[in-house]
Design a protein around this ligand. Sequence first.
Ligand code: NAI
Ligand code: MG
Length: 355
Amino acid sequence: GMMKTYDIAALPGDGVGKEVVSSAIEVIGALSDVHGGLAFRFTEFPWNCDYYMEHETMMPPDAMKTLAQFEGVFLGAVGNPAIVPDHVSLWGMLIKIRREFELSINMRPAKKVRGIESPLVNPKSFDLVVVRENSEGEYSEVGGRIHRGADEMAIQNAIFTRKATERAIRFAFELAGKRNKHVTSATKSNGIYHSMPFWDEVFTEVAKEYPDIESRSNHIDALAAFFVTKPYDFDVIVASNLFGDVLTDIGSAIMGSIGIAPSANINLSGKYPSMFEPVHGSAPDIAGKGVANPIGQIWTAKLMLDHFGEEELGRELLTIIEDATEAGIKTPDIGGRSTTAEVTEEICSRIRKKG
Ligand code: NAI
Ligand code: MG
């Protein structure tokens, strides 16, 4: 049949990023081997803090143009504070890509993974996704400061446009349609006078277009508490930039390790590629030791599969990840004794067996 090849830019970056990106590429290779008709072509770029030491820039001047030609960007982690200050490395690469490619949605699933202990006493089998508006909201540069000392004043404005609010909410409903058909809106319209009632109105309007999807609103404070007491009560949660930032950190915390948490930064205009990256950083404390957990990066690859409409493959990959953890093939951060290479090989061989 027809062969679909996805062209992906791989940016392993620094530290464990290099170790886990190569793992995930191996896993994707195994998946494409057993499923004819699908291939991923990864083109690797060596941009990181070592590159900076040599070239005095994190990426070459034409980097964004180069990356724009790919269908996706698959990033490991950036940062090596021993040689380059974090604000230089992160702003020179990661944040630059996030901003310039209009990655207006950040999506982070959180799930009780078989074989991995959640810090919660009663996690049941929670399985949720936070959809975070990623382009405006509370993180705006509008406002200012005046005076110094006792009369000092600071004003920080939050920006909520109908366009961005609606597209985030709509994205959440579309996603829920492929999942368990439930959307929760993170609001605070009892306390925030203008923007949150507006958010609620848009949510109600969009919800009407999806009569087969259940919806409700929770105030962010209660919602954050529910993530701890009953995360199994959620499917898709849509949130503003700040609320989503906080919720997603709780989400990865209740999974049991930052080493397994994935994320996707989605471009909705189609003008630029989306970027897929795990939640964790370059973990200098364990880099080079061969014990980094590759699951965050591999799960991130699953989000990339989903994004390209290969959802069946994505589901299969996640099941195999969980089969491996349930069998006890785990890195030390999740209580195991296996190396990065052993976990990768376990997942690859399970893919080959199933295929
Ligand atoms: P970090 O996420 O790199 O590490 C935090 C803790 O989690 C460490 O104890 C680390 O060993 C552990 N950890 C992280 N990933 C793991 C994995 N795959 N397997 C097992 N354990 C893992 O955060 P930290 O230490 O604050 O930052 C280190 C560097 O990474 C800094 O330069 C920072 O700026 C950068 N960073 C980059 C991010 C990105 O590229 N998206 C995100 C967060 C931090
Ligand atoms: Mg955060």
